[in-house]
Ligand binder design. Structure first.
Ligand code: SAM
Length: 274
């Protein structure tokens, strides 16, 4: 069984097309610095894109978690997006392998933002934060203050509605989960906010380190990694999503190239370009 593992050069900064259950087995042990996943939750949510049935998800999740544990470097962090409905089940799985640290909560824009006032419906996105062994320290980074982050967002009619305070460390922040009514026109029903993912990446890794997302969807983690100057490894089994996430990455890289060329131009022709 030689060469069962990919070499890292082979898969770095790519989204691999296929089933995470198989592909994860081929990623070398202790090779990535951080994992960010937003898996199918197993809540029987009807989607044309992927299988979110309880049967499918909970017959696979321990396999996924075992492989992810093997692949993560000791001390590395994992962020796992999860709904309250299946929280207990996922937590039990996480604790079989990882050191569970805390549950983070971020407000979301539900279709009806007053749902909570009416019937205690969910209006938060939960993220399990855990690490492999004794976790490395979080980096000290600046969070974008609420007012800055959302001042241009048309949906934010009353900023006070969305203020979320993390005492001692984070300051005042607000990050919404991007639903269908997204700032970017979402291509995926579960597309997450790249700014939030970028903050996780900056907290848990340094430049040039590697972030893994084996349920890549529209490629949010890949984009956030590039923005944070980190490397990524992505996996996505839906061909259409895989192709859309690749387009998103190419578009971002082209934009960066144009910005770079413009800055070179200014440097070499400061008078003509002013
Ligand atoms: C909740 S969505 C992720 C959305 C993503 N965070 C984003 O911002 O676009 C889960 C994704 O996992 C993919 N998926 C489900 N099962 C998978 C598997 N076994 N292997 C790889 N991808 C899978 C689905 O096709 C779907 O796009």
């Amino acid at each position: 069984m030689s060469n069962i593992y990919f070499s890292l050069e082979e898969i770095l900064n790519q989204i691999l097309l296929g089933d995470a259950t198989e592909i994860l087995k081929r990623i070398p042990s202790e090779s990535v610095d951080c994992i960010i996943i937003d898996p199918p939750y197993g809540i029987d949510f009807k989607t044309q894109i992927y299988n979110d049935t309880k049967i499918y998800v909970f017959s696979h999740y321990l396999l996924w978690l075992a492989e992810l544990y093997r692949i993560l470097k000791t001390g590395g962090h994992i962020y796992l997006f999860i709904p309250t409905k299946r929280l207990k089940k996922w937590l039990i799985g996480v604790e079989k392998f990882f050191t569970y640290k805390n549950l983070l909560a971020f407000p979301v824009y539900a279709n009806n933002k007053y749902e909570l006032k009416n019937n205690f419906g969910e209006n938060a996105q939960y993220v399990i934060f855990a690490h492999k062994g004794k976790g490395r320290e979080l980096n000290k980074i600046d969070w974008i203050p609420t007012s800055e982050c959302w001042k241009n967002d048309k949906r934010n009619t009353n900023p006070k509605d969305f203020i979320h305070i993390y005492p001692n460390y984070f300051g005042n922040i607000i990050y919404a989960n991007i639903k269908n009514n997204t700032i970017r026109k979402a291509k995926h029903p579960n597309e997450k906010n790249p700014e939030l993912i970028q903050k996780f990446i900056e907290l848990s890794t340094n430049e040039n380190e590697i972030v893994l997302d084996c349920f890549c969807g529209s490629g949010t983690t890949a984009i956030a990694s590039l923005k944070a100057k980190r490397n990524f490894i992505g996996i996505e089994m839906n061909e259409e999503m895989w192709s859309q996430s690749n387009n998103r990455i190419t578009k971002y890289q082209k934009k960066q190239q144009v910005l770079f060329n413009n800055s070179l131009n200014k440097w070499f022709h400061p008078i003509s370009s002013s």
